[in-house]
Design a protein around this ligand. Sequence first.
Ligand SMILES: Nc1ncnc2c1ncn2[C@@H]1O[C@H](COP(=O)(O)OS(=O)(=O)O)[C@@H](OP(=O)(O)O)[C@H]1O
Length: 389
Amino acid sequence: MGCSIWRTRFNLGLLKAQSRVSVFFTMIIIFTYFFYCLTGYCDSLPRPLYDQQIFTGTSIKHDGQDASPQHGRQPSASADRNRTAPGSGTRELPDSIRLHSILQQIGHVQRQISDGDREDADSTLSVFNSFGSKKFPQAIIIGVKKGGTRALLEFLRIHPDVRAVGAEPHFFDRFYDKGLEWYRNLMPRTLEGQITMEKTPSYFVTKEAPRRVYAMNRDTKLIVVVRDPVTRAVSDYTQTLSKNPGLPSFHSLAFKNASTGLVDTAWSAVRIGIYAKHLENWLRYFPLSRFLFVSGERLVSDPAGEMGRVQDFLGLKRVVTDKHFYFNQTKGFPCLKKPEGSSRPRCLGKSKGRPHPHISPEVLRRLRDFYRPFNLKFYQMTSQDFGWD
Ligand SMILES: Nc1ncnc2c1ncn2[C@@H]1O[C@H](COP(=O)(O)OS(=O)(=O)O)[C@@H](OP(=O)(O)O)[C@H]1O
């Protein structure tokens, strides 16, 4: 009897000692792990896109509003490593900064999700999503500036089989020297059967863009959203004016000489609207069947109809239909009932669909006369009448 009491006490004592030892060892393992993390040996998280951009000296903003790299700066060898192997170059960052940055990213994403800011959150979240792979875009919205390209991309993003990069990459015009892997790394991950897309409206008027896109993939589908070149020019001018209120008047920029009424084609707001000329450049590399021309006007008056054509062209099931849109009277534009990643209705931002300054009817008439032959040529080339005349 006495013996068994002593044996029980001895066993209990042994158990307590064992649990203390295991707690002690667990603590040692945890501290060792943290110590190794802080000294940089447990790099398993991929580097956020945000950091990659900082460390390659690139900042990308939406709608091409000055997506400027450090001009003239050659990409460094370490930047090259970042490009080709996401997550493999993380050791170049001091760990405290990386940890801080990851925590910032998580906080940022949480804020974006709670604000319903899907566009930014989407590109950041893709960093944490390790499913699928990053592919070159199979379809690109190449133009035109102020045509309605943002609206089209946002409407397409509702489709479950479309994954698009929110910011304008400007790869084929500004950042081509960064290399194709840099470009591919900007893309969101896609699963089998999903299409990768991007939009950069300046590609349409960039001389080198057709050759470069062709070199990436000759089967790339090209979407051009076109809008009456006169209203497009006014829209373009409105955007520049909003950034630079001291800008000269529209008519002084549009004409070389006010009395002769000679249109100044050197002004980009005018030049972009000569669609036939820019299209000729693209047709040297791509057959017409590779293009879809979307009417910027119909994208506003009948978004579902235009989206039907776009989905057919992309070989997608017609998922985006009229039940996704409602007309917002205050904004004066169609808006989305349920944008992807949000349960709230959403219109495009303030810089889309803003009021234009008054331009005299005489100035508009002269511009309309100027564009007429180019428009007719464009209708012939595309076999589509956009009804601008
Ligand atoms: N649904 C909807 N909501 C708001 N705006 C819409 C929409 N659909 C087309 N648009 C027209 O898009 C014009 C801006 O074109 P982009 O997005 O191509 O501009 S940009 O080149 O990316 O800056 C923008 O031009 P402005 O009206 O001059 O602001 C709009 O007319």
